[in-house]
Design a protein. Structure first.
Length: 70
């Protein structure tokens, strides 16, 4: 179960990096799809992905505290 805790922790950090990456990519190099042509969509989508990070960090801590013996 320690592996699951580490995976959740890694996903939390990946969510932060992906959020920043999505925001910069869509802002600088244009939309991925035609329906994302609005620049505000890049900000909203980046924020949406960034909101996953706290959930993954909390899951990591909970899994570690429940299943890993100290």
């Amino acid at each position: 179960m320690k592996l699951l805790s580490l995976i959740c922790l890694g996903l939390g950090f990946a969510s932060i990096a992906l959020s920043i990456g999505i925001w910069f990519y869509i802002k600088k190099w244009g939309p991925i799809f035609e329906e994302t042509a609005d620049p505000a969509h890049a900000e909203r989508f980046g924020i949406f992905v960034g909101l996953w990070a706290p959930s993954f960090f909390i899951l990591s801590e909970r899994v570690q505290s429940l299943f890993v013996k100290k």
